[in-house]
Design a protein around this ligand. Structure first.
Ligand code: A2P
Length: 316
C-alpha cells in the first residue's frame, strides 16, 4: 500500500477504511474483512456511535495475532460536545476504552464547532451551541497537544478547517496540526486548501470520496450530482479497466492525499483497496479537473445558528 509520511517519518496508508454511517452489526465485520484484505488504516470517530463494536473486533484481531497493534493506523475524532479543555482527555479516554486501545495513531478535532459541554445528541436550538469565544479552538487544541505529550495519541490534527482557521490556530501554537480531514472529490478539488496544507507539513485526508450516498435524508439536498454515475468518471474507468469507485479513489493518491472510502460490503472493501494498483494518467487527472464545481455533499448547514454564532462554516 502506498503511504505518506508525517514529519517524524511515521507512515499512514493512503487508503483507509471509513466507518462513518457503518451500521451496528455490520461495522465490526467490515473492519475484520478490511484487515483481512490488507487494510492498515481505519478511520473512526466517537460520534459515529460504533467504536465499541470496532473495539471488540480489534481485540479479537490482536489476541489471535492476525495483525499487531503497531501494524494498524487508527484515527478517531473529538466530538463537538467535548471542546472544553478539561473534557478533551476524558473524551479521548472513552474512545480508547471503546476501541480497546492504549493509544491512537491520530486524533482530530472533528469540527471547528463547539456544542454546550456534554450535550447529548444534536443541538436543537442556538442555545445548545457554545461560541468560539466561549470555547476557543486554541484551548481545545492545547488539550490535544497535552494528549500527545501524555502518549495517548501519536499525532494530532483537525477536520473541516479552512485556511483561515488553520492560520489562526497556527499563529497561536508551536504544535501545528499534522492532518486536516476535509471533503474532497472531483466536484470539490479545493486546490488552495490542499496546497496550503502541504506547504505547511499538514497531511490531507479526503472524506466522502464516493459522494456518501448513504447519508440520512436530512443531510441530503435535492438533485445532488452523482460521482459514481458521472460520464467522465465512467469513461476514465472503462479506459483503465477499473471501476468508477477506483477512479474516484485513485484521484486522491495522485494528489498526495489520503482517502477513506466507507463500505460494509466485503467485495467493495477489497475493490476499494485495489484502487492503489494503477495510476490515473495526467490526461485523466485533467479531465477530472474539468468536473470541479465546488460542490459539497456535507454542506455544514446543520451547524449554522440563527444568532450568528456559527455561519459560513468553511469561510468562503
Ligand atoms: P456500501 O457500504 O454498501 O459498500 P463515502 O465513502 O463517500 O461516504 O461513500 C460510501 C457509500 O458508497 C456507501 O453507500 C457505500 O455502500 C458505497 N460504496 C463503497 N464502496 C463502493 C464501491 N466500490 N462501489 C460503489 N459504491 C460503493
Amino acid at each position: 500500500m502506498k503511504t505518506l509520511a508525517f514529519k517524524n517519518n511515521d507512515k499512514i496508508a493512503q487508503i483507509g477504511l471509513g466507518t462513518w454511517k457503518s451500521k451496528e452489526g455490520l461495522v465490526g465485520e467490515a473492519v475484520k474483512s478490511a484487515v483481512r484484505s490488507g487494510y492498515k488504516h481505519i478511520d473512526c470517530a466517537a460520534t459515529y456511535g460504533n467504536e465499541d463494536e470496532i473495539g471488540e473486533v480489534l481485540k479479537d484481531l490482536f489476541t489471535t495475532d492476525e495483525i499487531k497493534r503497531e501494524e494498524l493506523f487508527i484515527t478517531s475524532k473529538l466530538w463537538n460536545n467535548a471542546h472544553k479543555k478539561e473534557d478533551v482527555i476524558p473524551a479521548l479516554k472513552q474512545t480508547l476504552s471503546d476501541l480497546n486501545l492504549s493509544y491512537l495513531d491520530l486524533y482530530l478535532i472533528h469540527w471547528p464547532v463547539a456544542f454546550q459541554p456534554g450535550l447529548e445528541g444534536m443541538p436543537e436550538s442556538d442555545a445548545d451551541f457554545a461560541s468560539l469565544d466561549e470555547l476557543p479552538l486554541i484551548e481545545t487544541w492545547e488539550a490535544m497537544v497535552e494528549a500527545k505529550k501524555q502518549g495517548l495519541v501519536k499525532h494530532i490534527g483537525v477536520s473541516n478547517f479552512s485556511i483561515k482557521k488553520l492560520k489562526d490556530l497556527m499563529s497561536k501554537t508551536d504544535e501545528n496540526p499534522e492532518m486536516n480531514q476535509v471533503e474532497l472529490h472531483p466536484y470539490l478539488h479545493q486546490d488552495e486548501l490542499v496546497d496550503f496544507c502541504h506547504e505547511n507539513d499538514i497531511l490531507v485526508t479526503a472524506f466522502s470520496p464516493l459522494g456518501s450516498q448513504d447519508r440520512i435524508p436530512e443531510m441530503k439536498a435535492a438533485d445532488e450530482p452523482s460521482l459514481l454515475e458521472n460520464d467522465v468518471v465512467k469513461e476514465i474507468a472503462a479506459q483503465n479497466d477499473v471501476t468508477s469507485a477506483q477512479v474516484l479513489l485513485n484521484f486522491h493518491l495522485q494528489r498526495n492525499c489520503i482517502v477513506i472510502p466507507k463500505s460494509t460490503n466485503a467485495e467493495r472493501i477489497q475493490q476499494n483497496l485495489k484502487a492503489a494498483d494503477f495510476d490515473l494518467s495526467k490526461a485523466d487527472m485533467k479531465k477530472l479537473k474539468g468536473l470541479d464545481k465546488h460542490f459539497r455533499y456535507v454542506n455544514g448547514k446543520f451547524f449554522e445558528t440563527s444568532d450568528g454564532k456559527y455561519h459560513n462554516l468553511y469561510d468562503e
